[in-house]
Design a protein around this ligand. Structure first.
Ligand SMILES: *Cc1c(COP(=O)(O)O)cnc(C)c1O
Length: 388
């Protein structure tokens, strides 16, 4: 049989995460590759999901999501950011942020439209853009004074008459950058001037460190009306397996995204929605403690990686720390991460896989610190073999 997969998806074979996680299992390595926490979400919120199942929340919820969750999302946006979204016409519940991004791109981009994306980028963006037969236009983030950022001139040059949207992921995976108000202002000016939509991925909105605050671009002047704001419960409450996300946007944009979403999945699972509504209303103190614990873990891993000989960049948010491997005498992150299990019994992710132009990320390797202290400590002590 000839290749059954449609041409536009052929570049998306097996992901590096599958390869590296398999390698971790085969070699008994510590997996600091994939970004999921190894501890549970708030106990009362987990109980709510169990209760919801016991109480019969087991049939299709409304397509746009359970009203209680849409209300809780609306209250949360207002309490944290001063943004008002009507729970009925401006909030849509999705199967995680992943579906929200896919449905947004499919709903808003015609074939041939361009979407500007900051590289390195989360892998699902390119696949969603390819499914829509749109074109991803990358703008590279590079380390400047210890954090990854973009060049405003390069961003401006990336916008053409075919540009439909800019995909803004802040706090940013995989670099850990939290965009500053100045950076967001550059993006917002361009959106207003060229009549672009901002599709935002804010799944790490609460996981920021050192007092750095996450600023949603929708709070900037003239942006609420052109922003599709996306978030999810997975990272906020350490329940990545729940796949419960949401979109907040003006009615016309939400209606467009719902039109596609209803034929992807129709609706998201009911019990998680009720539990997440509870979490947003009652567990934000737990989330604060999570962020502060993650900051300690970040410091622990950064210190260890530096002691092992890596050059380490300090992330202001997310689960991830970026390292430059050149001080250890390595040049290529893909080559190093394939050998790392044998060299040190640790698995990490080569950052180059998140680029359209991998050579730009060749010497960076990403480590996740959303793991128990003892796991981080053991990984660090193993990594010291590299410079021994
Ligand atoms: C984890 C992650 C997602 C996926 O979110 P879900 O709610 O699990 O779909 C999306 N974007 C980024 C940047 C992530 O790190």
């Amino acid at each position: 049989m000839t290749e059954p997969l449609v041409a536009r998806m052929r570049a998306f074979g097996t992901t590096i995460f599958a390869e590296m996680s398999a390698l971790a299992v085969q070699t008994g390595s510590i997996n600091l590759g994939q970004g999921f926490p190894d501890t549970d979400g708030p106990a009362a919120m987990l109980d709510r999901a169990v209760q919801a199942i016991g109480a019969g929340a087991n049939q299709y919820p409304p397509g746009p999501g359970v009203l209680e969750l849409r209300q809780a999302v609306s209250e949360h946006r207002s309490a944290h950011y001063g943004l008002t979204y009507d729970p009925v016409s401006e909030v849509l519940v999705t199967v995680g942020a992943t579906e929200a991004v896919a449905a947004s791109v499919l709903a808003l981009c015609e074939p041939g439209d361009e979407v500007v994306v900051f590289e390195p980028y989360y892998d699902s963006y390119a696949a969603s853009i390819a499914l829509a037969q749109a074109r991803l236009v990358p703008v590279t983030m590079r380390p400047v004074e210890g954090r990854f950022t973009f060049d405003p001139g390069e961003l401006r040059a990336a916008v053409t008459p075919r540009t439909r949207a800019i995909l803004v992921n802040s706090p940013h995976n995989p670099t850990g950058t939290v965009f500053t108000r100045d950076e967001l202002t550059v993006i917002a000016e361009l959106c207003r001037e060229r009549d672009l939509i901002a599709i935002t991925d804010e799944v790490y909105e609460h996981l920021t460190f050192d007092g750095v605050e996450h600023i949603p671009i929708a709070t900037l002047p003239g942006m609420r009306e052109r922003t599709v704001m996306i978030s999810s419960a997975g990272k906020t409450f350490s329940v990545t397996g729940w796949k419960t996300g949401w979109v907040c946007a003006p009615p016309a944009l939400v209606t467009a995204v719902s039109t596609v979403k209803q034929f992807l999945t129709f609706t998201a699972s009911a019990p998680w929605q009720l539990a997440v509504a509870y979490g947003l209303r009652h567990e934000m103190e737990w989330v604060k403690a999570l962020a502060s614990g993650l900051q300690d873990k970040r410091d622990r891993l950064m210190e260890g990686l530096a002691a092992a000989g890596f050059s380490v960049l300090r992330p202001a948010g997310t689960y991830f720390v970026q390292t430059d491997i050149r001080p250890l005498g390595f040049e290529d992150g893909l080559e190093l991460t394939r050998r790392l299990p044998e060299l040190a019994g640790v698995v990490a992710i080569p950052t180059q896989v998140f680029y359209d132009r991998p050579e730009r990320g060749r010497h960076f390797v990403r480590f996740a610190f959303c793991k128990k202290e003892e796991v981080i400590d053991e990984a660090v002590s193993r990594l010291k073999r590299l410079s021994a």
